[in-house]
Design a protein around this ligand. Structure first.
Ligand SMILES: Nc1ncnc2c1ncn2[C@@H]1O[C@H](COP(=O)(O)OP(=O)(O)OP(=O)(O)O)[C@@H](O)[C@H]1O
Length: 333
């Protein structure tokens, strides 16, 4: 059985807007295991980034309330000091964000940026740091590591820059990588290369990856398990094969139905009605997705939906899934 590297327990992340706190992540419990990619998927505004940033303590403390626990190596990260978190971030937990250009310092060569993390977390000598940096550059697929060492970020392509960000993230062989939309800013062929690189690294380093994405294609390529998030809650959790072949929650089915398919050409794509409401207007009681499936009768929703294991390792929130259908015709074959 795989060991867990991160346990998120009843996490609630609330932001202060004017004088009230509103939960963007509401009672989320998840576990990431070693050598596993757990994807969190959902539309923009569902709370994915709020969840990821709370793990590494990157929310402004004066406007954010964190409840529950995020347990990593036996410690609750939510109660650690900034100094303690600084020791963990970049060492035991690596981070990869969407836009490599903003993640990198434009005024520093990539070699020095990789070494910066070693300055903070290791006692390697100058020569050892250089050797380790060249090794990392090679590891992430950079051609000519010794030339690239002296380059600035703007001299590299988007894909190469993302490889540098990944090299920084894996410098200290982290137990956990948090990848927030790691391929969104890249074009499609480069996306595929970065996905392959992350998958290889995960297997070589035995790392657990928490992958945040809105892209079901990336989920299909990378994830082992998938948590579908809607309006701050997990509405479905399953292994990737089950989720794609037997999706149950209406939100998951709508997300999957909105992907274009070559097998079953349709004149129009399924569109999920409405949008994720803003934080101040999120429904806080009952099935949060119900207003977007108004054709399902109120009585089919649970008053207090909970995440239930409907078959081994397949969890779904609210009983409305048992009565769901698409009003615009059947599902794809
Ligand atoms: N610091 C903040 N203060 C107030 N509201 C916030 C803050 N950060 C996020 N929110 C709100 O919380 C909700 C969830 O945002 P979040 O960024 O987590 O969504 P997301 O699913 O990651 O979407 P995206 O992919 O667009 O970032 C949104 O309504 C957003 O406006």
């Amino acid at each position: 059985m795989k060991r867990s590297v991160l346990q998120i327990e009843s996490l609630r992340v609330s932001f202060r807007i004017q004088d009230e706190y509103y939960a963007a992540v509401d009672d989320v419990s998840l576990t990431v295991h070693e050598n596993e990619v757990l994807a969190i998927v959902g539309e923009s505004g569902c709370g994915k980034s709020a969840l990821a940033l709370s793990i590494i303590g990157l929310h402004p403390p004066e406007r954010t309330k964190l409840e529950g626990a995020v347990v990593f190596k036996g410690k609750n990260l939510l109660t650690q000091s900034v100094q303690a978190l600084n020791q963990i971030r970049g060492k035991d937990i690596g981070m990869i964000f969407q836009d490599p250009l903003t993640a990198l310092n434009p005024l520093m060569t990539v070699g020095k940026q990789i070494e910066e993390s070693m300055d903070y977390h290791t006692t390697l000598s100058t020569a050892e740091k250089r050797n380790r940096t060249l090794e990392l550059l090679e590891h992430v697929g950079i051609p000519n590591p010794s030339q690239t060492y002296d380059r600035y970020p703007h001299e590299l392509s988007g894909g190469m820059r993302q490889r540098i960000v990944i090299a920084i993230a894996i410098t200290c062989n982290p137990a956990l990588l948090i990848a927030d939309e790691p391929t969104t800013a890249l074009d499609v062929t480069i996306q595929a290369q970065i996905i392959r690189l992350l998958k290889n690294l995960q297997q070589q380093l035995n790392t657990g990856i928490l992958l945040i994405t809105h892209d079901l294609g990336v989920v299909a390529e990378m994830a082992d398990r998938v948590a579908v998030m809607y309006a701050g809650e997990i509405v479905e959790l399953a292994d990737v094969h089950t989720l794609f072949t037997r999706p149950l929650h209406p939100y998951t089915r709508s997300l999957l139905q909105s992907i274009p398919s070559l097998q079953t050409p349709k004149e129009t794509l399924h569109v999920i009605q409405g949008i994720v409401p803003p934080l101040t207007k999120l429904p806080r009681t009952g099935c949060r997705f119900r207003s977007r499936i108004s054709w399902i009768h109120e009585s089919k929703h649970e008053p207090h939906p909970i995440l239930r294991e409907v078959e081994p390792n397949h969890w779904v929130r609210c009983t409305c899934y048992q009565h769901f259908y698409f009003p615009d015709g059947g599902e794809k074959a």
